[in-house]
Design a protein around this ligand. Sequence first.
Ligand code: SF4
Ligand code: SF4
Length: 192
Amino acid sequence: MKIARKVKYETELDHSFHDWISTVPGGESIRECIQCGTCSSICPMSVYMDISPRRIIAMADAGFKKEVLSSFTIWLCSSCYACTVNCPKDIKITDVMYAFKRRAIEEGYYPSRKFTIPILAKSFANMVKKNGRTTESRLVMTMAWKSGIGRLFRMAPLGLKLLKTGRFKWSKEKVGNREQIRKIFEVLEAEA
Ligand code: SF4
Ligand code: SF4
């Protein structure tokens, strides 16, 4: 996937983005990146990414917040940790990718409104926060609905088969002590 990029002036960059990523565990040494490219060359997903891991690190450091958070790359990272264990500067690239995903969800950045992974991640978190666990059938419905009605129709036959064979439950699944779950989320959100 390749995206068109335009030249940016210094004043258009968001330098607070670098300051923020430096506070994320694993991102403290991002400024020490030597652009060796080890992360990109070892990454099994880089061929599918619109911005390579090496460039993502450089762009985050330089303040290209919108481009980084709107990229497909952060969602295509499969968290294999190959980059992290091989980075000569000990930058925790995988953890940084997770931080980008969280921030993208919080601020509403998506590579495409129809790209399902961030929609799924957000719906999953909302469902766990509310019920303590997910109900797969409802999760898939929410994802399909939000990513385009056409997808919902395309997935309907498979969904019905799964419901009929008992692989999907329609009734909402909940844990008993949801108050405890709510408190855990409150603490996590306060620390974010
Ligand atoms: S492997 Fe580490 S030092 Fe090398 S480009 Fe990637 S992040 Fe930078
Ligand atoms: S953790 Fe993500 S960015 Fe790093 S090598 Fe694996 S897929 Fe690529």
